[in-house]
Design a protein around this ligand. Sequence first.
Ligand code: NAP
Length: 541
Amino acid sequence: MTTHSQLLNVTGANLIAGRESRESSDRFTAFDPRTGDPGELAFPEATPAEVAQAADAAAEALDVLRAWPAARIAGLLRAIAAHLEDVGDALIHLADSETALGPERLAGERARTCAQLRAFASVVEDGWHHEAIIDHRDPQATPPRPDLRRMQTPIGPVAVFGASNFPLAFSVPGGDTASALAAGCPGVAKGHPSHPGTSELCARVILAAAEDVAAPSGVFSLVHGRGHEVGQSLVLAPQIRAVGFTGSYRAGRALFDLGAGRQDPIPVYAEMGSVNPVIVTRRALAARGEQIAEGFVASMTAGAGQFCTKPGIVFAPEGDEGLEFVGHVARLLRSAELGPMLNEAIWQGLGEQLAATAGIPGVETVVWGARGAQGFRIAPSLFKADAKAFVDHPQLRAEHFGPSALVVTVPDGALSDTISQLDGGLTATVHAEDDEADLADLRRLLEAKAGRLVWNGFPTGAAVTFAQHHGGPYPATTAPAHTSVGATAIRRFQRPIAYQDFPDSRLPAELRESNPLNIPRLVDGRWVDRQPPGTRKTESP
Ligand code: NAP
């Protein structure tokens, strides 16, 4: 059994099939976002050979996991959650030193990460994720049909790219890893270069959990990299069958193209961000404009604006209500105190983008986001433009990743034409009164633009539930049919197989006639739920 003192021992290593590996002398460090100073520990860039070893080990582990019962996969997920909690404040301090997100936020993120792992464990035990479907033979049908039974199976080893802005919930122990393992797929994570220590500690936690449940050592590996080569060789590794990614459009699209360009193309599920428009009606502003402004500022400045669901553009009606709203938001932003941004590249990139936006004709800078003197600090920004400027200048429709927002004032009757310019996004929010007429068209328009529609709320915080959809039309994601949050995130890492006219004894247990695993199934077009405990016949799978 791995002891906690061993677990906490971050040494600056790739972790490949349960062992430390440092083949390259090429090293990099994290940087403290509060000071800009480099960290003390150096991390080795993974070599192509190390990436290949990790992918090989994952392929070997796949065969073992395929034979595991659900309870054992669930046990692995729960053990990861337990170890993540057991490492205590050490994880929070380390993540804070690399991200400056603050202990409170990071403790909350760990709680979310653990809850997510446990939620996936429950889904696996329930068996719902197999999507078992049975169509019995029907000789009377026209044409007569055979016995067909279908279920989801693990797609194979999954490459996971950690995101800079969620060092836990969307990184090494995050949703992609949890859903890949839940599907029965081993994972190889490419740690984000902004938080290599956090990545390594979390990978050690996963390996300790793997040891607890006697999982094969290749079930999870971590490769470090601060250059594109490591991630690229991982996506090209022949054993990798799917990729989970959260980050920039540029990187997500490059990795998607790489996966598609392989001789055997693989899916790259890239979640690449969004402007998350908020539409506020005149009546909503008249009824509660100040309250909406408060909620908006809290949502837009959470995590220094570094959420993929940050509301970045507000469409407000032209006239007094809209101007008052801008005034409320500006007042709140001027007194907002924000932490530094995650890394120098994001900080520099936002600074350059803000300067370019401020120079666009028709754009008024209401609050200017000056850069701080130390570390990667920047104050919040607010811009205002009219609908014509918004339509004329596509740069205004691009995500400004950080504490910045744009209010577009829209004349009556021009809302549909204005928001039809938006690209596909993760979310869209409406603030309106419940009895307002004429919102049906707006809903239809937003359905074409976003994966989650929010009513009188704010989009930050994507709850981990069965019904969640954290995805959306391109360019928000490369796979609009899928979500990276919630129970159905598992589907990304599964592949259906249909069995035609197989004898019952040769079928997987999930599809046998007697339902020995007692899982929910769709039988001849109707959902048949599990039998309650105590009422079912037992049969060993
Ligand atoms: P990023 O640049 O997209 O990097 C994410 C991961 O992809 C890193 O591991 C990065 O490592 C790798 N990568 C980048 N370009 C690659 C390429 N061409 N080939 C292979 N791997 C590549 O994200 P970031 O560093 O977190 O932030 C940069 C920007 O991303 C932000 O300014 C923001 O616009 C956006 N962002 C979006 C979200 C979101 O939630 N959708 C989250 C964070 C950031 P290497 O550089 O070592 O290759």
